[in-house]
Design a binder for this molecule. Sequence first.
Ligand SMILES: NC(=O)c1ccc[n+]([C@@H]2O[C@H](COP(=O)([O-])OP(=O)(O)OC[C@H]3O[C@@H](n4cnc5c(N)ncnc54)[C@H](OP(=O)(O)O)[C@@H]3O)[C@@H](O)[C@H]2O)c1
Length: 255
Amino acid sequence: MQLGLSNSKAIVTGGSRGIGHAITNTLIQEGVSVATCARGKSALDEALAQWQEQGATVTGQSVDVSDPDAYRTWFESAVEQLGGLDVFVSNVTSMNEYQGEARWKQAFEADLLQHVRATELALPHLKKSTSGSIVYIASIASIMSANMPTETEYGAMKAALISYASQLAHTLGKDNIRVNIVSPGPIYHQNGFWQGIEKHKPDLFKRAQAVSVFNRLGTSQEVANAAVFLASPAASNITGANLRVDGGAIKSVNF
Ligand SMILES: NC(=O)c1ccc[n+]([C@@H]2O[C@H](COP(=O)([O-])OP(=O)(O)OC[C@H]3O[C@@H](n4cnc5c(N)ncnc54)[C@H](OP(=O)(O)O)[C@@H]3O)[C@@H](O)[C@H]2O)c1
């Protein structure tokens, strides 16, 4: 199957590690020019250097997506450098270190509002593309109410993100822009959340493995495969989909 992404232009947030890194890397392998960001400069620079050594057209900058002005400035310069935008993958979430109401406000910023702000920035450019598409990385925490160590505000914001994306899919059809969601189950990667849990809370780690019918956590590449497919012209008749990459964790019938 040809994904048809060659020579496309993409922005992926959070490309320095984990799922965002795997998505960026997979897009690069498909011949896409990519701009990415993360807060930590050293991990980002290391990833960029590796891709650039392979001859990839990739740029990146240290930016905090919860800072609206800094995010807007970077986003607009990234589109300019790319020379347009065909694909936007809004991937970032941030660890929430607050408590009480402040925790909810932080979750709202990190898991909903920054996606909305970036979408507003992306749309004028995606409208000029012949194959504009957006992919949001949500989570099965949006629909799980038991068995997982989900934080209530995280799941609630991911549910809101899915609702927002589904509505966008309808309104943007007239502009030929597709909008899809990937909802991962627990995903294991280097320096990721679950690596810490494996070390410090082994019982919880076993519970996370057990939600999958394969009794294991997923990989970032498995999520990237789904995201890049949905982003690509190969998925030209798919919009408003929420593709779970969760090892069959959700036990309801998927009509
Ligand atoms: N891992 C899982 O088990 C899992 C399961 C379901 C859904 N998801 C979803 O998948 C997505 C990616 O998860 P992940 O596990 O790959 O996350 P991660 O390991 O925490 O990586 C997140 C990436 O985003 C960057 N980032 C974080 N906060 C940022 C900010 N405020 N501004 C700019 N960049 C920021 C990080 O770099 P810096 O820290 O240096 O900024 C990093 O590159 C998230 O939306 C998450 O909710 C993950």
